[in-house]
Ligand binder design. Sequence first.
Ligand code: MN
Length: 489
Amino acid sequence: MPPKPRFLDTTLRDGEQTPGVNLTPDDKMSIAAALDSLGVDVIEAGSAPVSDGERSAIRAIAKAGLRAEICSYTRAVKADIDHALSCDVDSIHLVVPLSDLHITQKLKKTRPQVLEASLDAARYAKDHGLQVEYSAEDASRADFQFLSDAYRAAAQVPVDRICFCDTVGVLQPRKVEEIFQALRALGPPAAFHGHNDFGLGTANSVAALLSGAAQAHVTINGLGERAGNASLEEVVLVLERLHGIPTSIRKEKLYEVSKLVSRLTKMPVGLSKPVVGENAFTHGSGIHIHGMRADPATYEPIPPELVGRTRRFVFGKHTGKAGIEISLQELGLRARPEQVDEITRRVKELGDKGFKVTDADLKAIIDSVLQVGAEPKVKLKELSVVSGNHMTPTASITLQVNGREVVEAATGVGPVDAAINAIRKAMAGAKDIELVEYHVDSVTGGTNAVVLVIVKMARGDKVITAQGAREDIIMASVEAVLAGINRLL
Ligand code: MN
């Protein structure tokens, strides 16, 4: 068996260079611990020269007793390496710009000057007991002959690893293959650092690993400068699911770590982001749901539980009875055909109004439809409520109680209170029924969301809870109270 691909995670360095991201030392420690639990081989914990705060964060991570190798970014400058040494890291990611563009425009130096300084820095770091990953910045736009000479000289130091950085993400998989086949001859294990400017970060990183690279640089959620770096979750899943190459990453933790990183960096993950995006395991179309009833593999190339996720269904106007029946089955519930029709009708009604009906919304609708018994004693026929400023909220209600129509009106402090008071008056024959608690929740966000009303009601020593779910808070309240009354009668 060839050795497993290694991962250097740079969420805490390149990822922290994502525009708008600033992590506190505590945040960095939490993310480092999560990365360690995922099983990455190297954690690039930050850039020691940056600041006192950054150094104390890197130092804390280095002292935390994590299993992973802890690494700091440095330039080819003695002072940077001294800062890294002061943090007690295992290794440095020694970054040396080797394209003529960077050498002449950014550094205003010559090739020999840059090469000489980089080798001095590598020797200095090795003399002080650090492992060194000698990393060519902008390697993809460097003269390949000069680049190879630099790697060969670094191998003589000797450095521990070399790294080829596609700093601005301009390579394509075929070119990456050629490069890594050529780098094999140089000796030290080679790494690839890929960016995503053209959406090729994952493809290029996989190509490198398949062509002899020992290690890929990755970040959680693909964070990183500009369009970001290759993402750990994507590279791992491509290797394992599409190439059958095992990695040491604990895939079942990928989603939880993704969410932690998103929360601490305050960088939302795109809905459609592979593996960790909100929609990556969400199904909406009736046709897909029908297929998945026979076999989830019909529309799921990755089983959600493999990456610590669950399958979700979103309902709407495309929803058919089959989808509702599957959901009922999954919830372990049985419904009569007319109840399935009623649930489907309410779902389509929301869909037609342009709402996304999530599984939480659906659950609320199902609960509200199913809890009404076969022959409710009390049914709502009509309700009208008026409310506003300079007026007393008033409700008039027509109930069917044991087959007989009862009409009542009442006022209240607000429209919901007025409607409930009207029910109380109409139910004067059952004065012993008490509303003990009233609780309202928006199931999903927004003023147009489904509102869930939960009531606790009592009759003597019998206490029950009942609920109503509607987009209309008054209707949801009335539905909940009537459901409670029917159960108590
Ligand atoms: Mn980078």
